[in-house]
Design a protein around this ligand. Structure first.
Ligand code: SF4
Ligand code: SF4
Length: 273
């Protein structure tokens, strides 16, 4: 009964839902002050066709999901609270106390790709995970984790060789490198230039067969896209002015300097223009 009611509430607001036992997926199993028992795991598809001159990876060119998703999920939370009074329902996006990828696998939300990402059957891997965690107890429908079709296209397409045997080397991943603060090594600089994006990297997702039939998602359709930034957009801005100008964009979370460094590298302008 409880399981079906929760499913109905998520469905009513346009979200799929999968269940995992909190104790099996918590990052710190010893520390559970709120008495969490169940994770309601969901996702937001964000696929769309990039513009030809796009230089920001796909998720970051949309309105920040850290704002969009909690706002959409707050309606689900409210309805759960009305339905199951006296229980706690907390929303998490990114800063979660659980291992989202393990939760996604055992709950049946998706399978693990060789590119280290979670792939959903319906929307491929261009999805953003989020969850509501509760102290309500629900019998979870756990699955045995499955693996992708192992075609190897993601490994072959990775411009930096960061993928090997289903693992990602974060030190070599260009998405992580574009988000680093401070001066990059010469090798890192070369990788940023080779990839050509000022923020993030989508290569290992673009080539994955599970993403080939993706239609533009509702979130992508409704979002005002900002797909390209050049030096003329940021020259002369202070960090605060940059954050104000691009408020509500995920690429601002590290401030102006990493973006500016990446733009200058790609435009070959040197550091001290
Ligand atoms: S995001 Fe880019 S650099 Fe990182 S693993 Fe995927 S293809 Fe390689
Ligand atoms: S590209 Fe192939 S190997 Fe890589 S995640 Fe997709 S299906 Fe798996």
């Amino acid at each position: 009964m409880t399981l079906n009611t929760v499913k109905k509430i998520f469905k009513k607001h346009g979200f799929p839902v999968y269940f995992a036992e909190y104790g099996k997926v918590a990052l710190n199993k010893e520390n559970n002050e709120k008495g969490y028992k169940t994770v309601f795991l969901t996702y937001l598809p964000y696929a769309y066709a990039p513009s030809p001159d796009q230089n920001i990876c796909r998720y970051a060119a949309l309105e920040d999901y850290h704002v969009y998703l909690p706002s959409r999920l707050s309606v689900v939370k409210k309805e759960l609270e009305d339905c199951f009074k006296s229980y706690v329902f907390d929303i998490y996006t990114d800063d979660s106390p659980i291992d989202e990828k393990i939760a996604a696998e055992i709950s049946g939300l998706g399978i693990r790709g060789k590119n280290s990402l979670i792939i959903t059957r319906e929307h491929g891997s261009f999805v953003l995970l989020a969850e509501i965690i509760s102290d309500i107890e629900i019998e979870c429908e756990c699955r045995t984790p499955a693996y992708c079709e192992n075609c190897g296209k993601c490994e072959a397409a990775c411009p930096s060789g960061a993928l090997k045997d289903g693992r990602i080397d974060r030190e070599r991943c260009i998405s992580a490198i574009t988000q680093k603060r401070g001066k990059l090594t010469e090798e890192e600089e070369a990788l940023v230039v080779k990839n050509g994006l000022i923020w993030g990297c989508d290569r290992c997702q673009e080539v994955c067969p599970y993403n080939s039939g993706n239609k533009e998602s509702d979130y992508a359709k409704s979002s005002v896209k900002l797909t390209r930034l050049t030096s003329s957009d940021i020259d002369g801005l202070t960090d605060k002015q940059f954050r104000d100008k691009y408020f509500g964009r995920a690429f601002t979370w590290r401030g102006l300097n990493p973006i500016k460094r990446n733009i200058y590298l790609i435009e070959n302008k040197g550091e001290n223009k």
